[in-house]
Design a protein around this ligand. Sequence first.
Ligand SMILES: Cc1cc2nc3c(=O)[nH]c(=O)nc-3n(C[C@H](O)[C@H](O)[C@H](O)COP(=O)(O)OP(=O)(O)OC[C@H]3O[C@@H](n4cnc5c(N)ncnc54)[C@H](O)[C@@H]3O)c2cc1C
Length: 395
Amino acid sequence: MIETDILISGGGVAGLAAAAAFGAAGFRVLCVDPAPPVTEREAEGADLRTTALLQPSVEVLAAAGLWDRLAPHASPLWTMRIVDATGPGGAERARRDFVATDISDAPFGWNLPNWLLRREMVARLAELPGVDFRPGVATRGVLTRTGEAIVRLSDGTQAAARLLVAADGRASAVREALGIGVRTMRYGQKALAFAVTHPVPHEGVSTEIHRAGGPFTLVPLPDWQGRPSSAVVWMERGPEALRLAALPVPDFEAAMTERSAGLFGPLALASRRTVWPIISQIAERFAAERTALMAEAAHVVPPIGAQGLNMSLADLRLLLELAAAGDPGRPEALDAYHRGRWPEVQARIAGIDLLNRTSMAGMAPITDLRARGIGLIHDIAPLRRTLMRAGLGAR
Ligand SMILES: Cc1cc2nc3c(=O)[nH]c(=O)nc-3n(C[C@H](O)[C@H](O)[C@H](O)COP(=O)(O)OP(=O)(O)OC[C@H]3O[C@@H](n4cnc5c(N)ncnc54)[C@H](O)[C@@H]3O)c2cc1C
């Protein structure tokens, strides 16, 4: 039997961040994942999504000894631009800029590719003597009792941990084993995620363009092969997303340039296209005996407003704070974790669900209401600042 303080089931971006953070805080950590991390952009299975890490997340990553590794690769986000492209022929009708310097002297956040996050996180784990990362090993079964969680692993071994952290994704094996239910909302939507280059520089502006079917978002990346580059998340109804994903490259480039209202000039595809199903989901509870659910094991949101992984790092921040005050899996700590995170996550899911539904709508009354709502939020300065701070997850 392996004995450890923290067992992390799942080595996605959230699980790796948790392993580094608990390891850096001096805990013995075992992290398992059946799928070895893909750490190169061009490799088969590379995660080509990017994550806009917002200010509070950077604090968590810095404490884990990760931020110094990540900062040189990050693109700062100074402005969030929302564009209404429901004019004739998909032309721009209105735009509003939300500027980071309105609320602090730092950018809203920093954008990084997920494959690069994995590369740097795995390298960081190798520096931490208390962390044992085992790719190729899955969680198979869980038994909890007052003092520990006992986890049966796919390599035939068993591990006992004071705290079991479920970071094993939206179909979490730990959550299933413990019989914790989920509430799921489906939209019939998919997101295409890929990189582009464009002649017009992004100047640190993240641009969300609304028409129908879902937002089309460009988030700044460092230049690619000498040209300005952005990560794109393009949300559409499922069949349309699959049609776009299968188009020949010149046709796809024409379609995305049209969908971007031509704001950055002709867009050129600079990576493979990847397709992601879109749901909202929340677990009934974020904690059980000796167990905490975090990241997509606990909550999934559509990729709007860069909330998903940032909410996961907020989960991690609270778990670390509670662990610093005593036995990390004690019942009071897990209770405080559930009470501290569940209502906050539920409120964010409700907000993003509403944004997504209005962004999907193509009917004039709703698009008009959407345009007026964005204008109202933007033009009333105190409301704008409050919502910008809330979007960052500031406490
Ligand atoms: C298109 C798109 C764009 C996004 N953009 C942003 C953004 O800008 N900002 C943001 O904050 N968030 C964003 N998100 C959300 C973010 O990508 C996710 O929150 C994050 O990648 C999910 O991380 P995770 O580690 O929870 O889950 P996963 O990446 O799903 O990791 C779960 C891991 O658990 C492992 N696993 C599965 N079964 C087992 C088992 N039995 N035992 C052990 N391990 C197991 C899996 O192999 C996997 O590696 C975006 C999401 C999408 C779809």
